[in-house]
Design a protein around this ligand. Structure first.
Ligand code: GTP
Ligand code: MG
Length: 213
């Protein structure tokens, strides 16, 4: 998947909004920094409210515009950030593998997102266990994560915004899934429903028309 950040907006074929949520300090901004600029900073300012960055990707000859929304994890911004959940194509719910509280809060974040976004497809909610480079400091076992993920069939990745592990992959996978959903929706919209009535003089179903017209 080639980076085509410099492409003109007019050339885009499709556009998706992806939002990142989760506790403060789990690494949401760092994940986006790595994905969009391939940089990592040890010291980084906590996000105030929301930030926004755009990235273009070329996939199968199509230019895809990805609008990336980075939200503040701090409690005091909760109401403000919820205003930006609407029209999200997908959501990354991030926790820190070295911080059990951030893992325990996943359920609250997911519910908060569902309540405020209007998103229908839960399959477009992706869980990221970040800071997987800090192996010695890991506080959450694979079993604990498996139990949580399998309950609701979430897609899960262990990522590191420091060494880049799985960062490009988790974005590439969700964008490909969104394109597939878009194509399926288009196909279904063009297909007549099984018993659709054809507006003609007979006013009969397709099967009935075969017999009489
Ligand atoms: P808020 O903006 O407050 O919601 O926090 P955030 O989720 O955006 O976290 P941020 O990206 O600011 O990262 C918090 C701290 O974790 C920073 O010191 C980062 O350098 C560090 N950090 C982020 N991701 C990683 C990672 O994958 N590995 C390691 N070792 N440190 C990370
Ligand atoms: Mg941030």
């Amino acid at each position: 998947m080639a980076d085509s950040s410099s492409k003109s907006m007019s050339r885009q074929d499709l556009s998706f909004k992806i939002i990142l949520i989760g506790d403060s300090g789990v690494g949401k901004t760092s994940i986006l920094n790595y994905y969009t600029k391939k940089i990592f900073k040890d010291r980084i300012q906590s996000t105030i409210g929301v930030d926004f960055v755009t990235k273009f990707e070329d996939i199968n000859g199509k230019s895809i515009k990805i609008a990336l929304w980075d939200t503040a994890g701090q409690e005091k911004y909760r109401a403000t950030t919820a205003n930006y959940y609407k029209n999200s194509s997908a959501c990354f719910v991030v926790f820190d593998l070295t911080d059990i509280d951030s893992f325990n809060h996943l359920e609250i974040w997911i519910k908060f997102f569902c309540d405020n976004s209007g998103i229908k497809e839960k399959e477009n909610i992706v869980i990221l266990g970040n800071k997987c480079d800090l192996r010695e400091e890991r506080k959450i076992s694979e079993e604990q994560i498996d139990e949580f993920i399998s309950k609701q069939n979430f897609v899960y990745y262990e990522t590191s915004a420091k060494n880049g592990e799985n960062i490009d992959k988790c974005f590439k996978d969700i964008v490909e899934k969104l394109i597939e959903q878009y194509n399926n929706k288009k196909t279904n919209t063009n297909k007549p429903e099984k018993n659709t009535k054809i507006e003609n003089k007979c006013d009969k179903t397709i099967e009935e028309n075969k017999k009489c017209c």
